[in-house]
Design a protein around this ligand. Structure first.
Ligand code: BGC
Length: 815
């Protein structure tokens, strides 16, 4: 075994990522460390104040078309442009840009940046992001032109279920941009959106996030963003709107980008002349086409996540049309991809295609927030591996500027409960701290003054369950639990501090709702949402008492606020919340725990939450609860019986009470409902329901049937920590726990995570009677290893190998 010894180091700043410039982005201070057997690592992240435009320096005003519009439907999007002359040599140039709506910028005929759907979705009235681009190479001395495509996006496009609402943030569609050019003599030229700009409708007829985009290439003027491209096209002076510059904030993390291009696996011509394409992967993005044909040919692209009876299953999309249309200009080869829409799909039907579709004609471009991949997991079981891959794909599809519930139907909202249960998994797989932190800021802004955290953030009007906002356990708790998950993953105490007041307000509200009983047993609750026993049309009617869940979460959030207060140095407050958590746990036991050791609600989620949230006061009671949980799991034939609340907890609850074999049997189950049932049905993402597609091949008839939802995929966190055996033992992985617990017939597993200090890694495999383990500890970190048949031991930075006797694990039952 070797131990890394630090022999030298150097520190330097690495801005991340480089293009487009990201303002006030978390950057990492890179520490290169040479050790005996390990090369380099990253230190704690810190903040760089770069690429900012101070509120006082904003001259730009939002500008857009001055024509009348019918505000009740989709409106034809505008383009805006301006020409200008640069009279001195250019040293550097930066473009600061945002929009009411979404935008893509162009200068002198060239697309600026590769970000999509900018400026993303925030609580626009309070915070509107701008992005900063280095455009030095786009400009020349002499005549130049700048402009932008605009789309409705979240700002004024249709959003929400049951037909949705338009104009949620405003009725205008405007660009807001300021170009700052530095010259060789120290002078500057500023070109800002103002009354000197012009607007015109472009070739986009309509564009909607849910419904898709219609593009008539016949009405395009491809030179519109070149200096000589202003003639024709009907350019008219813009209308100038208002925006308080103090609400403009620099982008807080990587933008949405195309991160993958996927060719269809099959393209089958159907009797009606249309083509059915299968991309082999349920993904989020859009199609890019290369087409040739007569002017006016009308190509229609429809999307869906699944096929039922040989055709696109569009019922799960509800009122999202998910259809793009392209009308050909008829001039040689035409390349097109919609700009301001996004779809969740694996399949597409293309009709109206002139001639034959070839493999080169259509590709799917995958879009999501371009978070650096941070974690990996591999194991010997192909179905479990596919399950894990599906979790990753569902995360990619649902981390599109904000963390959403699903990417395909007319919803795509930042449901707080979904994020809450998935955050630990998400933070392992990708460096999504910036995205989650930004979204939590909006959670705090949308929180009501008495502490209620909305069901989804940003808040949009919804049907009676969701409007007006009410406090819901498991969902509202995101504000207390997720900042701690962020801190655990990054070690960045600022991430904890920033949301602490909002977390306190939430727990304070629940304390006042519970009153002296310390039981939260009032109001509407979602409970163990979508457990398999709940009827398709009543997902909240779970087997577990929703008030048991509510009081359990009350205790758990109070405990987290206590831990946060301690970390932030307020010991009095920490003690106060610890006492509160203890009192709530005591009230929980008095109300729900029977003398027999059973809970009044004898469900798997009830025991899982009582164990995982440490609500039972002694080892014996916890052990008895674990035994009962294992009994229930066995009695149910190792099929899953938990919903959004119990699913992330059940394997841990079984593991910590000595029933890891039951956890593995649950994991390895392939019959419905189970984690692997969708995998056996060919799922390539995590489904919303255990049986989104039922064993008889029909769709679940409930009103919500998505095939791309992260919540039930939160078991991946257990795979990382327990099956592979890699977990943080101190915030930011300063101390690491290597604790692999083989089972379920797995013969090997591995996990790695790019901690703030560098890559931590474990891999183990069986070789004959031996279990061979390799562990890598990043520079400036230590680790504790707990390997079967050996007392725990400490590790320093470096790569370490160990061989222990192969543990006796129950044989795999399933296959
Ligand atoms: C969403 C969920 C969400 C739930 C809450 C659904 O429509 O898709 O994931 O948490 O509503 O009720």
């Amino acid at each position: 075994m070797t131990t890394g010894r630090v022999v030298s180091s150097e520190r330097y700043l690495v801005p991340w990522p480089a293009e487009p410039l990201v303002s006030r982005e978390r950057v990492r201070v890179r520490v290169r460390v040479w050790t005996d057997d390990l090369v380099s690592g990253w230190s704690m992240p810190s903040w760089a104040e770069a690429a900012l435009l101070d509120p006082g320096d904003w001259l730009a005003k939002p500008v857009g078309g001055a024509w009348d519009e019918d505000r009740s439907g989709d409106r034809r999007p505008a383009r805006v442009r301006r020409e200008f002359v640069v009279r001195r040599p250019i040293v550097s140039a930066r473009l600061y840009a945002s929009a009411h709506g979404v935008y893509e910028a162009e200068i002198n005929g060239m697309r600026v940046g590769d970000d999509a759907l900018s400026p993303g979705w925030t609580v626009y009235g309070r915070r509107l992001r701008y992005r900063t681009y280095d455009v030095t190479s786009y400009l020349t001395e002499g005549p130049n032109a700048i402009g932008a495509w605009l789309g409705d996006g979240w700002y004024r496009g249709r959003l929400g279920f049951n037909g949705g609402t338009r104009n949620i943030y405003g009725t205008d569609q405007s660009w807001l941009a300021q170009l700052e050019i530095a010259h060789d003599d120290g002078t500057r030229t500023t070109i800002a959106t103002d009354a000197s700009w012009h607007a015109a409708c472009g070739p986009i007829a309509t564009s909607s996030l849910y419904d898709g985009e219609v593009h008539d290439a016949r009405s395009d003027h491809p030179d519109w963003s070149r200096p000589d491209g202003g003639s024709g096209g009907g350019w008219t002076p813009v209308e100038v709107r208002e925006r308080d510059p103090s609400t403009l904030i620099p982008a807080e993390g990587p933008p949405v980008r195309c991160t993958d291009i996927i060719a269809p696996v099959t393209a089958v011509r159907r009797d009606d002349g249309s083509y059915l394409l299968d991309f082999g992967q349920n993904l989020v993005g859009r199609l890019a086409i290369t087409v040739e044909g007569p002017r006016g040919s009308h190509v229609t692209l429809r999307h869906a996540e699944v096929i039922v009876k040989g055709d696109l299953a569009t019922v799960p999309l509800r009122q999202a049309r998910a259809t793009d249309e392209y009308i050909l200009r008829g001039a040689g080869t035409e390349k097109w991809e919609p700009r301001f829409t996004i779809h969740g799909f694996r399949y597409a039907v293309i009709s109206g295609w002139p001639g034959q579709i070839t493999p080169e004609s259509v590709v799917a471009r995958v879009y999501h927030t371009d978070m650096p991949q941070a974690g990996s997991f591999e194991c010997s079981d192909p179905l479990v591996q596919r399950l894990h891959d599906n979790v990753r794909w569902s995360m990619r599809g649902n981390f599109v500027d904000i963390p959403t519930d699903c990417p395909a139907r007319d919803e795509r909202l930042g449901w707080t409960g979904d994020v809450q249960v998935f955050a630990p998994t998400a933070l392992f797989l990708y460096d999504c701290a910036a995205l989650l932190d930004s979204w939590l800021v909006d959670v705090g802004l949308e929180q009501l003054s008495e502490g209620t955290v909305p069901w989804y953030v940003p808040v949009i009007p919804g049907p009676p369950h969701w409007t007006p906002i009410r406090p819901g356990a498991g969902w509202g708790d995101v504000i207390a639990l997720t900042p701690v998950a962020l801190f655990q993953a990054t070690g960045d105490v600022e991430l904890l501090r920033r949301h602490h007041q909002a977390a306190r307000a939430w727990v304070g509200l629940i304390a006042s709702l519970a009153g002296p009983t310390r039981l939260w047993d009032t109001g509407f609750q979602l409970g163990d949402w979508l457990d398999p026993a709940a009827p398709p049309d009543d997902p909240a009617a779970s087997a577990t008492d929703p008030y048991l869940v509510a009081t359990a979460y009350f205790a758990w959030s109070a405990r987290h606020v206590s831990m946060a207060a301690r970390t932030l140095g307020d010991l009095t407050e920490a003690e106060m919340y610890r006492e509160l958590a203890d009192e709530v746990a005591k009230a929980f036991r008095a109300r729900y725990l029977l003398d027999s050791g059973r809970l009044t609600c004898d469900s798997q989620t009830a025991y899982a939450i009582a164990i995982a949230f440490k609500l039972l006061d002694d080892v014996r009671a916890t052990r008895r609860a674990g035994d009962r949980l294992a009994e229930l799991v066995r009695g149910n034939g190792y099929r899953i019986a938990t919903g959004f609340i119990g699913t992330p907890l059940i394997c841990d609850a079984l593991t910590s009470t000595g029933h890891i074999d039951a956890a593995y049997r649950l994991l390895m189950q392939t019959e419905c409902p189970s984690w692997l049932y969708p995998v056996t049905q060919g799922a390539t993402t995590i489904w919303e329901r255990w049986d989104s597609l039922r064993p008889d091949g029909t769709l679940n008839p409930g009103g919500m049937t998505s095939f791309n939802h992260v919540a039930l995929g939160s078991v991946a966190d257990w795979l990382h920590r327990v099956a592979a055996g890699l977990a943080p033992a101190a915030p930011g992985y300063k101390k690491i726990s290597f604790y692999p617990r083989p089972g379920g017939g797995l013969t090997s597993a591995a996990a790695s995570h790019d901690t703030p200090y560098g890559r931590a890694r474990i891999s183990w495999h069986f070789a004959g009677d031996e279990m061979r383990v390799e562990m890598a500890v990043p520079p400036n970190c230590t680790a504790t290893a707990r390997l079967p048949g050996r007392p725990p031991f400490e590790l320093e930075a470096g790569t370490h190998r160990a061989t222990v006797p192969r543990p006796a694990t129950p044989e795999q039952v399933r296959r």
